[in-house]
Ligand binder design. Structure first.
Ligand code: SAM
Length: 342
């Protein structure tokens, strides 16, 4: 009988350092795990009304596989993991999975991105687990518009999550995709969240997906101009080196405003993150077609050391930026953000 070595005790990188450094010298410290493609909303900019065909359960990474691959990444130097999807809480066992992840050696910050529809019921557990922050997706405070955008009537549940998160002092960011018909009044209403609460309110450029309705994209530069017109005293916080968003302060605001320019690919130079799709593809860039089939490796007899070596090799072969990735990988347009993990 042959003995399969499933796991080699990981040697954890020293704190603050990652041995995962790409071919451009960018340290990789941040992993986004899309743990499911399923979601209880049907946001117009994310997926079609009918949804996208669900990935069969056997094709998505099991929670055990996700835990194993997370510990391999942490052994290589990743210190921050974000759980996303689909809607993470649509996956049965999500909470226990978070508990297990939190115990991984080397993991310092565990975050979650959620639409908030059902999240309020889990907030006590998330606080107890020690989740470092919640990103809540919320594009409007108007119930009718919420219904139009998400095709569901769940704004109250999302607001319950928002206030419950604040009540528990869990750091909160709100992400709002700006659509071609998002008017200034809406932007002002959303910004009041950052005025009244310690919330980082980030406006997101819409990315095109093949399964979604076509609409004009408002790019980040236009968005910045609009914000500046609405809020003349907007001041960019340049003291931090941004990896995801431009951050702005306003006098007498408890929180901050931000712009996420993923479509403009503004932060490629400092990009420290990689993604794993629900099907177990490693994406070293949002715009590549997948750099490594982790599911295949995890379901083979490779041990953790060998999988770690394959990951390191992929990272050493990373595209310079999202434009190059899109051009050289002849990228196909995904049907929905849910199959990537936003
Ligand atoms: N269900 C969770 C949620 O709603 O936060 C996590 C998954 S969702 C795909 C992650 C983020 O992707 C959300 O903030 C959502 O607004 C964003 N997103 C979805 N489609 C997008 C698009 N076309 N352009 C930009 N962001 C998008």
């Amino acid at each position: 009988m042959s003995l399969k070595i499933r796991s080699v005790p990981p040697e954890v990188s020293p704190p603050g350092r990652s041995s995962l450094v790409d071919n451009q010298g960018r340290p990789i410290t941040y992993l986004r795990l899309a743990i499911t493609d399923r979601c209880n909303l049907r946001c117009r900019y994310c997926r079609p009304e009918s949804g996208v065909p669900f990935i069969p359960h056997a094709e998505i990474l099991s929670l055990e596989e996700l835990e194993r691959v997370s510990s391999i990444f942490c052994a290589l130097g990743v210190s921050k993991i974000r759980i996303t999807g689909g809607e993470p809480f649509s996956r049965r066992g999500c909470l226990d999975f978070l508990r297990r992840l939190k115990r991984i050696n080397g993991l310092k910050n565990l975050h979650i991105t959620t639409n908030g529809v059902k999240t309020s019921r889990y907030l006590d557990d998330l606080q107890e687990i020690g989740v470092a922050g919640i990103n809540l997706s919320l594009d409007t405070l108007d119930p009718r518009r919420f219904n139009t955008i998400t095709r569901r009537d769940y704004l109250d549940g999302v607001l319950e999550t928002l206030h419950g998160t604040l009540d528990r002092n869990i750091p909160l960011k709100v992400n709002s995709v700006i659509l071609s018909d998002t008017n200034n009044d809406e932007i002002i209403r959303l910004a009041t969240l950052a005025r009244d609460y310690p919330i980082s309110l980030r406006f997101i450029e819409r990315m095109p997906f093949s399964g979604t309705e076509k609409s004009d994209n408002l790019n980040g530069a236009d968005l910045y101009q609009r914000l500046h017109t609405i809020f003349p005293s907007l001041a960019e916080n340049s003291s931090i080196s941004p990896t995801t968003a431009r951050v702005f302060s306003l006098p007498n605001y408890k929180g901050q405003l931000g712009i996420i320019q993923g479509y403009s690919r503004l932060f490629c130079k400092t990009c420290n993150k990689v993604r794993i799709t629900p099907e177990g593809m490693l994406k070293t860039c949002l715009y590549d077609n997948g750099a490594l089939d982790l599911k295949m490796l995890l379901r083979s007899d490779r041990n953790d050391l060998e999988i770690g070596e394959a990951i390191t090799a992929s990272i050493k072969n990373r595209f310079i930026n999202g434009h190059e990735a899109e051009r050289l990988s002849e990228r196909f347009e995904e049907p929905s953000m849910s199959v990537i993990g936003g």
